[in-house]
Design a protein around this ligand. Structure first.
Ligand SMILES: NC(=O)c1ccc[n+]([C@@H]2O[C@H](COP(=O)([O-])OP(=O)(O)OC[C@H]3O[C@@H](n4cnc5c(N)ncnc54)[C@H](O)[C@@H]3O)[C@@H](O)[C@H]2O)c1
Length: 475
């Protein structure tokens, strides 16, 4: 038999991806509002009692090939992902609450909504955490591991991962940090190489916070790791090096959910239209435990840095000093207990147009923090597992889409624009599956010799094609 390989434009050879066979374990350091909302949502969805809205892995399609081909499978049918039914959960916390108690305390979903999965949530109880109050000052631990050195604590976590795999029947595991935001830390010599880092673990370096111990344990155990908070965690040269060496995908930092997601939509729009920016004032109130932690100036500083970084990057301030060189930017987060997880954010944006005439944009986002974060946890878990099976290693820049402060190679400026991030993401999936990369120029339809993808034949006859298109759009 002769096999004829038809090369579709710039399509590459499909990557060999191991199948998503068996159970996928999702381990969560930090089992508070986000984790309990995430697990509850997945368990409800497994029973068909709730929809995992906001999740690209569950709802989004991906366009393939030429526009007239009308090929747009669901992402989950295009790439081999673990199914919701194959997911099992575990994690660590300083509180002993089961996921049922944690979900009730977080108050994101009501007791009546959670009731059908009470048994499943009751069965998930956090393991004792690696914790140090120096890094999260507003919380007092009820259960924490003891060890003579930080390396000994990491070894205990690795043991926990092994035990979890056995007891849950998980064939593969990923870890997503959903723990509190740690006090701000600048990278230093101990973070530079894996030798220095491991020496620091053995000698209890004060510059290694718990989130780095979890990241180290995950990477050593071959477990993909993502960081949902803004603290450095795996974003240090030593752990990037270890991840590359061990063939482990990593991603971070800080889930991009409410106000910052809106910033990375509006700021690129201002820049695309060359509208000036005079000032951007953002303030939030929230009353959950995350808000309580962020009430400490040390933790707030970490979050503030993460939230502040996006505007300069989206506006490319250095290239456009006349329009964006001197804007005022302020971010506030106020702990306001009555609101619980139902955060409210206000943005006042002062912009300038033709002849420098001032204009304003106001955004009032009444969001629910954990409701926006839960689908991100699901997608990251499924995509990191895919990345591991596809033998991708180290920083997964294509997952920048999910983060406020995307981890990138030190010589590359991280991409913040939500739509460029999305293009990066979709093209990575196309490349993995050997499909043509879409550059969106459209030149392949109008100036075939100029396009970067395969030239498209001209449509004919005109009216018949138009009718076909409108029927497709209506369908
Ligand atoms: N919800 C969002 O929209 C959103 C967006 C971006 C980032 N985040 C970040 O995600 C994280 C989780 O948010 P949340 O609302 O669930 O907060 P939460 O306070 O409800 O839960 C965090 C949990 O982490 C636990 N914890 C702290 N240190 C730990 C450690 N060393 N080991 C194990 N557990 C530890 C705490 O006890 C707590 O139960 C926070 O860092 C938050 O800043 C959330």
């Amino acid at each position: 038999m002769r096999v004829i390989v038809v090369r579709r434009g710039n399509a590459m050879t499909r990557r060999t991806i191991a199948p998503a066979k068996g159970r996928l374990g999702i381990l969560l350091p930090g089992m508070g509002a986000v984790s309990s909302t995430f697990i509850a949502g997945v368990e409800l969805a497994k029973k068909g009692l709730a929809r995992p809205v906001g999740s690209l892995t569950q709802f989004q399609t991906i366009r393939l090939g030429k526009r007239y081909e009308d090929r747009a499978p669901l992402i989950k049918d295009f790439v081999p992902l673990a199914g919701l039914g194959d997911l099992v959960f575990g994690g660590w916390d300083i509180f002993e609450d089961s996921m049922w108690d944690a979900a009730l305390k977080a108050g994101v979903l009501g007791e009546h909504q959670l009731a059908p999965v009470k048994d499943e949530l009751d069965a998930i109880v956090p393991m004792p955490a690696v914790f140090d109050q120096a890094w999260v000052r507003n919380l007092k631990p009820l259960q924490a591991k003891k060890g003579a050195t930080k390396l000994a604590l990491a070894e205990q976590l690795i043991k926990d991962i092994e035990v979890f795999k056995k007891t849950s029947g998980a064939d593969r595991v990923v870890m997503i940090w959903c723990g509190s935001t740690e006090v701000s830390l600048e990278p230093s010599a101990v973070h530079e190489t894996i030798e220095a880092f491991e020496k620091g673990l053995k000698t209890n370096s004060p510059d290694i916070p718990p989130s780095m111990i979890y990241a180290y344990a995950a990477i050593r155990a071959g477990v993909p790791y993502a960081n949902g908070a803004p603290n450095l965690s795996a974003d240090i040269p030593a752990l990037v090096e270890l991840a590359e060496k061990n063939g482990v995908p990593i991603a971070g930092k800080d889930f991009k959910t409410g106000q910052t997601m809106m910033k990375t939509v509006i700021a690129p729009a201002l820049k695309a239209r060359m509208l000036g920016l005079k000032g951007w004032y953002s303030t939030n109130i929230l009353g959950n435990r995350d808000g309580e932690v962020l009430d400490d100036p040390g933790s707030f500083k970490t979050k503030e840095k993460s939230k502040m970084s996006v505007l300069d990057a989206c506006l490319d301030t250095k290239r456009y000093p006349e329009l964006y060189g001197d804007y005022f930017h302020k971010v506030r987060i106020d702990y306001y207990p009555p609101r619980g997880d139902a955060k409210e954010g206000w943005d006042n944006i002062d912009i300038a147009g033709w002849c420098d005439m001032p204009m304003q944009i106001k955004i009032n986002f009444l969001c629910r923090d954990s409701i926006l974060a839960a689908p991100i946890v699901l997608d990251l878990a499924l995509f990191l597992d895919l990345a591991k099976r596809a033998k991708l290693k180290g920083i997964q820049e294509w997952l920048s889409f999910y983060f406020k402060c995307p981890q990138a190679r030190p010589d590359l400026a991280p991409e913040h624009d939500l739509f460029i991030q999305h293009m990066k993401f979709a093209n990575t999936l196309r490349i993995l599956m050997g499909e043509e990369v879409i550059d969106h120029s459209g030149l392949d339809y109008y100036e075939p010799e100029m396009g970067t993808s395969a030239p498209a034949p001209a449509p004919k006859p005109y009216l018949k094609e138009k009718k076909k298109l409108s029927a497709r759009v209506r369908a």
